[in-house]
Design a protein around this ligand. Sequence first.
Ligand code: NAP
Length: 254
Amino acid sequence: MQQLSGKVAIVTGASSGIGYETARLFAREGAKVIATARRQAELDALVAEIERDGGEAVAIAGDIRDEQLARTLVETAVGRYGGLDIAFNNAGATGEAAPVSDIPTVAWQAILDTNLTSAFLGAKYQLPAMTKRGGGSIIFTSSFVGSTIGFPGMGAYAASKAGLIGLMQVIAVEYAGRGIRANALLPGGTDTPMGRATANTPEIRAFVEGLYALKRLARPEEIARSALYLASDASSFTTGASLMVDGGVSVNRT
Ligand code: NAP
C-alpha cells in the first residue's frame, strides 16, 4: 500500500540530491508533489521522471528566499490539488567556508536567508493551509553540523541549521492542537553535489568517510526514506523531534 496516497506535498530543493530523491519517493508513495528550486531544466526532468513512473507533480522554479514563491507554492497545492498535507523544507546551501571572523556579513546574511528565513517563509504559508486541511506534517532539513559537530569554516551554515531546530520546536508546540506535526531531519554527509563539494578529493573523501561509524556517506535515497517516515502516518506520535540520520558520525570515536 502506498504510504502517501491522496496527500499533497511541497518539496523544496527538489532539483538535486536529497530533495530530488525525496520528491520521487513521495510521488511513488502516492503524493502529488509541488517541486521547487531555481533550476527549471532539472525540475522539468524530475517531473518527467515522476510522470514516467505513473506519479503526478508540478515544477515551480524560483528562489527560496522570495516570499512570493512561498505563497505561490501553497496556492498551487490548494488550487491544483485541493490542499496541502506535507511540506519538506529542504533547500539549502553551505556558502564559502571561512573562519567566523572572516565571514563577510553579506555572505552570513545570504546563508541565513537561504537556509533559515526561507523555512520561516515556507512555514508561514504552509501552516494555515495545513490547518484548513485538518492537519499535516512539516519537515525541515537541518544537519548534524550545528547540532552535534562544530565543523570548522561553517559558522553561518551551522547557525542556520541550529536555528531550524528552534523554529521547528516552536511550530510543534503551537500547531499540535491543529493536527500538524513538525520535525527536523538531520542528515550526515550525503553523496550529493553538496556532499561531494565538501569531500572534493579522494583523500578528503576517505578522511570524511572514516569519521562515520558506518565508514561511508549516505545515499540521498536513504535520507529520502527518513523524510518519508516523518511525512507519513508511520511517525504519527513524532513531533518536535530532531531525527539524526547521520551514519553514526555524531557518536563515532573509532
Ligand atoms: P544539493 O544537491 O546541493 O541540493 C541543494 C538544493 O537546494 C538544490 O535543489 C538547490 O536548487 C536548492 N537551493 C539552494 N539554494 C537555493 C535558493 N536560493 N533557492 C531555491 N533553491 C535553492 O544538496 P543536498 O545535499 O541535497 O542538500 C539538501 C539539504 O540537505 C540542504 O538543506 C543541506 O544543507 C542538507 N544537508 C546536506 C548534507 C550533505 O552532506 N549533502 C548533510 C546534512 C544536511 P537550485 O540550485 O536549483 O536552486
